[in-house]
Design a binder for this molecule. Sequence first.
Ligand code: TMP
Length: 213
Amino acid sequence: MTGDAAPSRGVWITLEGGDGAGKTTQAGLLETWLRERGREVVRTREPGGTEVGTLVRDIVLHHRGEVAPRAEALLYAADRAQHVATLVRPALERGAVVVQDRYLDSSVAYQGAGRVLDAGEIRDLSLWATEGALPHLTVLLDLDPSAARARLDADDKPFDRLEAEREDFHARVRAAFLQLAAAEPDRFLVLDATAPAADLAAAVCARVQPLLA
Ligand code: TMP
């Protein structure tokens, strides 16, 4: 864990990208690869990695009435605070590899660029919530929003509140993710999500390997 002084023997990897980019598939492949190497893996996600997070997830993804943009940002930050304090930090301290679907970059992209809140304030809110915790590696699966929408349509599941946003919202989210990656090239690995899943997994594992030493 970078960004704070907490001693940590573990490795923290987050996966980011638009809805439908294939994060869950890649998280699963990475988990298998790590377990084959004898590592303890904690597979988790935001929102929803804890009991409190599951309740928050239900509100942010499925509440039927209006959720004000700042309320939404605070709900994601609350989920994150609980997640890092009660699950991620303890796992890293005992030496596990945490493989996590989404983290604070999602808030900067979705609430910052998507909902048009101040990106710096959104990032600072999450850093406050987590006492400055940042992952060792963030894998960004980059995908054009129209290709992502075609994948989600093929899934035939009802859209959640964020997935249901218009294409210009998702275009802003994608651009924000790419900007975040460009600003922190040491933390990010950016991959073209249209590549075959096995090729993506190989690229992820190659980048993770040196972190395990
Ligand atoms: P997912 O778990 O299926 O990826 O769904 C989570 C949704 O929540 C997804 O549309 C992205 C959105 N989200 C935010 O808007 N802000 C956040 O901070 C996080 C973690 C997710």
